[in-house]
Write a protein that binds this ligand. Structure first.
Ligand code: HEM
Length: 176
């Protein structure tokens, strides 16, 4: 085998491995970030929130300040890995209406979740009215998040299912 062919083969196998590694890392990042954002919001809503209800504003601000770092990191992780997954998945789903319906709609809903989560940990005066109703907006973000996970599951399992082979007719040879 020529040296140039060997070099090409080496490069090809390296880029295949790199693709595989990036695909796995991006999946970890995506699912991990979703767990942090959705799980953290559920914990805040049903565990931390009720306990903090009658506590000082200072304590509430301290919790919000720490949660903010996780929200920013999770949004960054979901955006980075989501865009990578999307670009990689697009050529595999050409003309796949169900996949596009699920994933494209989920991206729009995810933008809504990101805005709500971002605003709830923010400090801007203009968005204070959302923080005054934090319980309501956290519930909306959780419901949207659960819907997004359900839609992602449909995209992953149902829409990516290999289509059934069209039935082929076997010619029957005439009886002797
Ligand atoms: C709140 C935000 C989000 C949540 C909770 C979320 C959740 C998930 C989950 C759980 C999966 C994996 C499905 C599985 O493997 O069973 C997934 C896959 C995926 N997500 Fe997200 N996601 C979010 C935001 C985004 C964003 C912003 C994008 C794109 C910019 C995106 C693009 C994708 C793509 C392309 C897949 C692969 C679908 C497939 O396997 O066919 N996601 N997402």
């Amino acid at each position: 085998m020529k040296f140039s062919d060997q070099l090409f083969e080496l490069f090809e196998s390296f880029s295949m491995d790199l693709d595989l590694i990036l695909g796995i890392v991006s999946r970890w990042l995506h699912i991990g970030s979703a767990i942090v954002l959705l799980g953290g919001s559920i914990c805040l809503k049903f565990v931390v929130g009720p306990v903090l209800k009658d506590q000082s504003q200072e304590l509430k601000e301290a919790v919000r300040g720490r949660w903010k770092r996780f929200v920013h990191a999770a949004i960054g992780g979901l955006l980075l890995s989501g865009i990578y997954n999307y670009v990689k998945a697009l050529p595999l789903h050409k003309g796949d209406g169900l996949w596009h319906a699920m994933v494209d709609a989920k991206i729009i809903l995810a933008a809504g979740v990101f805005i709500i989560a971002f605003v709830l940990v923010g400090r801007s005066k203009g968005t204070q009215k959302f923080r005054d109703n934090a319980a309501k907006w956290t519930t909306i973000a959780i419901l949207l998040g659960l819907l997004i996970v359900a839609m992602s599951g449909i995209a992953k399992v149902a829409a990516s299912r290999p289509k059934a082979e069209p039935a082929t007719l076997t010619p029957v040879s005439p009886a002797p």
